[in-house]
Design a protein around this ligand. Structure first.
Ligand SMILES: NC(=O)c1ccc[n+]([C@@H]2O[C@H](COP(=O)([O-])OP(=O)(O)OC[C@H]3O[C@@H](n4cnc5c(N)ncnc54)[C@H](OP(=O)(O)O)[C@@H]3O)[C@@H](O)[C@H]2O)c1
Length: 353
């Protein structure tokens, strides 16, 4: 009988996704043993300020106590043990559930040593092309960077590995901007819609981080790079939903002054929906270019039919031409994202055996 695979893991980032991941690893022990003969041995965890390391693997009670400390707003550990990639066992998988570019040096070192990497953090893959080239290899998984646990990356990978040709990708990749587009289309003033989205917890603490479109641009750039487009983020044509001058304002001042955008945004929405079309904030990846912004789409199209708070990615290919291949559903949320990260870890652990 096949023996149990002991898979060492090092988790960077214990925010909402990282904590949910650790809980899900513990909860899935019996399932992983029965289905995959796999034991995920968490040998290290780090947040922005501290780290905890035990190369024998932490027991589940200790893992859950780290989660509990973080939930109480405490640092992961009171000490800051020095650790280096060279200390980690062969076949270790580094899991990046941070939201920072500060992890990139460690990720690059891990790659240079041939270790596995799983990313929920899209910043390293949407950074300079040199990072992409070093990170995006067969021992890296990044399913959750474009639509939480939706099978977007694995679908594209399968298409690229098949005899098909991917001609164009369209996607609505932000539930927050989907909500705002729906509000605008329904006639709500833009400023009120932004404040409503913030009050409902749909936006980042600074809503401009959603409104600038860069999150969607980064997701689209990752898909474009998978297609072989040699683009940097600055090459993506991004429509921001506020003018650059408003970057100088505090969050409070921005939320007061955003009503000044009501009239221009109403005009833009009306123009795009004039002939019965519906409003989306979408990405289009085709012919070597990436564009991200507001569009009016047919209500019968794949983009037009999806619920605005969901994500959708539409693959137009040589074989999927009349009825393009579509992946849609909930594209955000800490628990569902953690489940996608866990799926990536198991998949990569199998590949590393
Ligand atoms: N939430 C979603 O729906 C969703 C969906 C898809 C993908 N993602 C991605 O998943 C990632 C995590 O999201 P989240 O909601 O959990 O974010 P979060 O709550 O902001 O947590 C980020 C975590 O990263 C840690 N961190 C920052 N710098 C670090 C460093 N240099 N080394 C190690 N850890 C570091 C932070 O440490 P401190 O605790 O010390 O601050 C924090 O624990 C993000 O990249 C996000 O884009 C999220």
């Amino acid at each position: 009988m096949r023996s149990t695979i002991e898979q060492p893991l090092f988790v960077l980032g214990l925010g909402g996704v990282g904590r949910a991941l650790v809980r899900q690893i513990v909860a899935a022990r019996a399932r992983h043993a029965a289905r995959n003969r796999l034991h995920l041995r968490v040998i290290g965890l780090a947040d922005s300020r501290s780290a905890a390391i035990d190369l024998r693997g932490f027991d589940d009670q200790t893992l859950l106590s780290f989660v509990s400390r973080k939930e109480q707003g405490l640092p992961l550990a009171s000490e800051q043990p020095a650790w280096r990639i060279s200390d980690l066992p062969e076949r270790t998988i580094l899991v990046d559930t941070s939201a920072s570019e500060a992890t990139v040096p460690v990720l690059l070192e891990a790659k240079a040593r041939g270790l596995g990497v799983v990313l929920a953090n899209k910043l390293p893959l949407a950074g300079p092309l040199a990072w992409w080239d070093a990170l995006a290899d067969t021992h890296t998984r990044w399913e959750t960077t474009c639509g939480a646990a939706l099978p977007v990356i694995c679908t594209l990978t399968t298409l690229l590995d098949s005899g098909d040709d991917v001609l164009r990708i369209e996607g609505a990749l932000s539930g927050t901007l989907g909500f705002l587009a729906a509000q605008l289309e329904a006639g709500a003033p833009f400023g009120a819609a932004v404040r409503e989205a913030k009050a409902r917890g749909y936006t980042e603490p600074d809503p401009r981080q959603d409104l600038n479109g860069l999150d969607t641009a980064r997701k689209a750039l990752i898909l474009a790079r998978m297609l072989g487009y040699r683009l940097e983020l600055r090459d993506v044509a991004v429509e921001s939903l506020y003018p650059a001058e408003m970057d100088a304002l505090s969050v409070e001042a921005f939320l007061r002054e955003v009503d000044a955008l009501d009239a221009p945004m109403r005009a833009r929405a009306s123009a795009l929906t004039a002939d019965g079309r519906t409003l989306r904030y979408a990405a289009e990846i085709a012919d070597g270019r990436v564009r991200v912004g507001l569009v009016g789409v047919s209500r019968e199209s794949k983009l037009g039919r999806v619920h605005t708070s969901d994500s959708v990615v539409v693959f137009h290919t040589r074989y999927f031409s009349d009825n393009p291949l579509t992946v849609s559903g909930r594209g955000a949320g800490q628990e569902v994202t953690a489940s996608g990260v866990l799926g990536d870890i198991v998949d990569l652990a199998r590949a590393l055996c």
